[in-house]
Design a protein around this ligand. Structure first.
Ligand SMILES: Nc1ncnc2c1ncn2[C@@H]1O[C@H](COP(=O)(O)OP(=O)(O)OP(=O)(O)O)[C@@H](O)[C@H]1O
Length: 336
C-alpha cells in the first residue's frame, strides 16, 4: 500500500515558492490499478515522482507497505527504487542498445543477477510483452506500441512491486493505447503488481483503473472507484473529463432537451442490472410513454454499465421514476 499523508510540494522558482501539490491524502491499495487524472500542470508528474523520491515532499509523509520512506537516502533509497518500475510517455529507451540490452540494463545496474538469470529474464519478459522476435532490433526500428512494450519489459526486469506509468499511452494511437492498457491490466492481475497511472485521458482510467483520484491545481478534488467517478462525477473538472470522453456537449444537449416534451431522466445501470429488461415493464405498469434520447452500453474495467437518457411522457411519471429507483438503477433528473 502507498500512503500520502498531508503531502505538500512546492518548487523554488526564481526565488519564489510555487505550490505544485497541496494537502494530498491518498491511499493506493496493494495490487490495484490506481489512476490519477488531471489537466496539464495539475501536479500529476510531481505526485508520481514523489513515490520513488525523484522529488521530495516539502512536508507530509509518504509510506509504502507501512514503512515511512520520506527520508530514505543512500542504500535504502536505491533498494526502494529497485522495487519501483516506471514507464514513460516517450519510452526513454537507450537508442544505441538493442531491445534485449535495454531490458537487461536495469538488472546489470542492480548487480544482483547472474548472467544466466539475466538472459532468462530478458527472454521471459520479451516473450510476455509479445516481442520475442524483436530482441536484436534497435528502438528506432520499432513502432510506438512496440517501444512501450519494451519499456514495460524493462520496468519489470528487477521484479518491482510497484509500477509507475507516466502518461504511458499519450503518444500512442487509440488502438495501440488499448492494447498497451490491456497488457498492463493483464500484468497487474498476473503479478499482483500495484500500478499507479497518471493520465489526462478518461478512457485510460475507464479501461484499467480500479480507483481514481482527480487532481486540479495541485489538489485532489474527487476520488473513488473508477465506476463511481466515471458514472457519477461530482466535481466540475471530473465532469468535463467525462463529457469530453463521451463527446457530450452540455450546451448542445440542453438545447436538444428543449425540443422534447416530458420529464428528462438519465438512468445508469451497473453490473447485472445493465442487461435486465425493465423499461417496458415499468412503462406498462405506470402508463407512461418514453422516448430514448441517447444511450450506450460499455465497460468500466470488467464491470458492464449502461447509461440512457430518456423522456417520460404522460401516465404516472412519479411512480415510474420511483419504480426505476427501486430497480437498482441510478436516476438523475436532468429536467423535472
Ligand atoms: N522541476 C520543477 N521546477 C519548477 N516548477 C515545477 C517543476 N516541476 C513541475 N513544476 C510546476 O509544478 C506544477 C505541477 O507540474 P506537474 O508537471 O507535476 O503537472 P502535470 O499535471 O504532470 O502536468 P503535465 O501533464 O503538463 O506534465 C506546474 O505548475 C509546474 O510548472
Amino acid at each position: 500500500m502507498i500512503e500520502f499523508e498531508d503531502v505538500q510540494k512546492s518548487y523554488r522558482v526564481e526565488g519564489r515558492d510555487v505550490s505544485a501539490l497541496r494537502d494530498i491524502n491518498l491511499e493506493v491499495r496493494a495490487g490495484e490499478v490506481f489512476g490519477v487524472i488531471g489537466h496539464s500542470g495539475a501536479g500529476k508528474s510531481t505526485l508520481l515522482r514523489l513515490i520513488n523520491l525523484i522529488e521530495r515532499p516539502s512536508s507530509g509523509r509518504i509510506r509504502i507497505d507501512g514503512e515511512d520512506i520520506t527520508d530514505s537516502r543512500g542504500g535504502e533509497l536505491m533498494a526502494l527504487r529497485r522495487g519501483i518500475g516506471m514507464i514513460f510517455q516517450h519510452f526513454n529507451l537507450l537508442s544505441s542498445k538493442t531491445v534485449a540490452e535495454n531490458v537487461r540494463f536495469p538488472m546489470k545496474l542492480a548487480g544482483t543477477y547472474s548472467r544466466d538469470q539475466m538472459q532468462h529474464r530478458v527472454d521471459h519478459l520479451l516473450d510476455r510483452v509479445g516481442l520475442a522476435d524483436q530482441a536484436n532490433k534497435y528502438p528506432a526500428q520499432l513502432s510506438g506500441g512496440q517501444k512501450q512494450r519494451v519499456g514495460i519489459a524493462r520496468s519489470l526486469a528487477c521484479e518491482p512491486r510497484i509500477l509507475l506509468c507516466d502518461e504511458a499511452t499519450s503518444a500512442l494511437d487509440p488502438q495501440t493505447t488499448q492494447s498497451v492498457l490491456r497488457l498492463l491490466g493483464d500484468i497487474n492481475r498476473e503479478l499482483g503488481l500495484t500500478i499507479v497511472l497518471i493520465t489526462h485521458e478518461m478512457d485510460a482510467i475507464r479501461t484499467i483503473c480500479d480507483r481514481v483520484a482527480v487532481l486540479d491545481a495541485g489538489e485532489v478534488v474527487e476520488q473513488g472507484t473508477a465506476a463511481q467517478v466515471f458514472l457519477h462525477p461530482r466535481h466540475q473538472t471530473t465532469q468535463r473529463f467525462v463529457f469530453e470522453t463521451e463527446h457530450i456537449d452540455e450546451d448542445e444537449r440542453q438545447e436538444d432537451f428543449a425540443h422534447v416534451p416530458g420529464r428528462v431522466l438519465r438512468l445508469t445501470f451497473q453490473g447485472e442490472a445493465t442487461y435486465t429488461p425493465m423499461l417496458g415493464d415499468i412503462a406498462r405498469r405506470t402508463g407512461v410513454d418514453y422516448s430514448i434520447l441517447s444511450g450506450r452500453i460499455d465497460h468500466i474495467k470488467d464491470i458492464p454499465y449502461g447509461q440512457i437518457t430518456l423522456s417520460l411522457i404522460g401516465g404516472d411519471t412519479d411512480s415510474a421514476e420511483q419504480a426505476l429507483h427501486g430497480a437498482d438503477v441510478s436516476v438523475e433528473v436532468l429536467r423535472p
